[in-house]
Design a protein around this ligand. Structure first.
Ligand SMILES: [Zn+2]
Length: 280
């Protein structure tokens, strides 16, 4: 495969997940044919390693490494992510502790463009112990991002006030970050814009109008595009497994909501993406 200039960027996707075990190569080829470059995002140690491996194997692929907040406690096992039965072998069990040195080794790989996905997710969590474990892992990943000078890829659900407080107290605002599929309020968005954050949106925006107002208030130089594949495919693929090539539909919708031409937004997103990840 020849390295070619991408026309689209899926900055948050998981092609290394088990959901793609049967046709990963074809999925990557379809993305390449559509001009889509991608960042495969790690969620625990094994999916982080797998993301790096893929990035070294195919042109146009980068990786992030990190521990997702839901993997800091024993939780729901997602077979799309880790596989089931025999496929689950070799993957670490849930309730992972963030091993700073092990992740640091991965973080230094030149294909790694960010630390995460990390952050806070209180959606199914109501005990303080689990919340504290998430905070602890998040703080360590902030420290790592500072040490290796790479941005954070943040996942946050139902926890924006704690998240913003942590970011402010650790002075993280000194470095750029990405909040993946932003679901906070307008006030949360304002705070994060002030801190220099970039925002990504995915397939959900093609079938609900819930995010239109937020999208309109985010400056164009802070918008990125993602699929979060294999989850939540955009219209017209809704209900199917998602994949990076579908980011084209997300960009189309983002342009429509923002009231700018698709070409202009496309170009802007490429510039933003290179900027936030320091890509050539
Ligand atoms: Zn994700």
């Amino acid at each position: 495969m020849q390295e070619s200039t991408p026309r689209f960027f899926d900055v948050h996707t998981h092609v290394q997940f088990a959901a793609f075990d049967h046709d990963r190569e074809a999925v990557i080829e379809r993305a390449r044919a559509a001009g889509v470059a991608m960042v495969n995002v790690g969620t625990q140690i094994d999916t982080s390693r797998a993301a790096i491996e893929l990035a070294h194997k195919y042109p146009g692929l980068s990786a992030t490494i990190g521990l997702h907040p839901i993997h800091t406690s024993k939780s729901f096992h997602d077979t799309d992510e880790l596989g089931g039965g025999e496929a689950a072998k070799g993957f670490s069990s849930r309730g992972e502790e963030f091993d700073y040195e092990a992740y640091k080794k991965l973080a230094l790989d030149p294909k790694v463009v960010a630390i995460g996905e990390c952050g806070l997710d209180y959606f199914r969590v109501n005990d303080e112990e689990a919340k504290n474990k998430q905070k602890e892992a998040f703080l360590k990943q902030i420290e790592l991002a500072k040490e290796v000078k790479k941005p954070l890829m943040i996942h946050c659900r139902n926890a924006f006030s704690d998240l913003i407080e942590i970011l402010q107290t650790t002075h993280y605002s000194l470095q750029t970050s990405i909040t993946h599929f932003f679901t906070g309020t307008k006030d949360d968005a304002k705070e994060l814009i002030k801190m220099g954050f970039y925002f990504t949106f995915g397939g959900v925006i093609t079938f609900t109008r819930d995010y239109d107002e937020i999208i309109k208030m985010i400056p164009m130089d802070r918008i990125l595009s993602e699929t979060d594949a294999p989850y939540v495919a955009p219209v017209p693929y809704r209900g199917k497994r998602n994949e990076p090539a579908y980011v084209v539909e997300v960009v189309k919708k983002l342009a429509e909501i923002s009231g700018v031409s698709e070409d202009k937004l496309k170009e802007r997103i490429l510039i933003n993406t290179r900027q936030v990840f320091s890509l050539p």
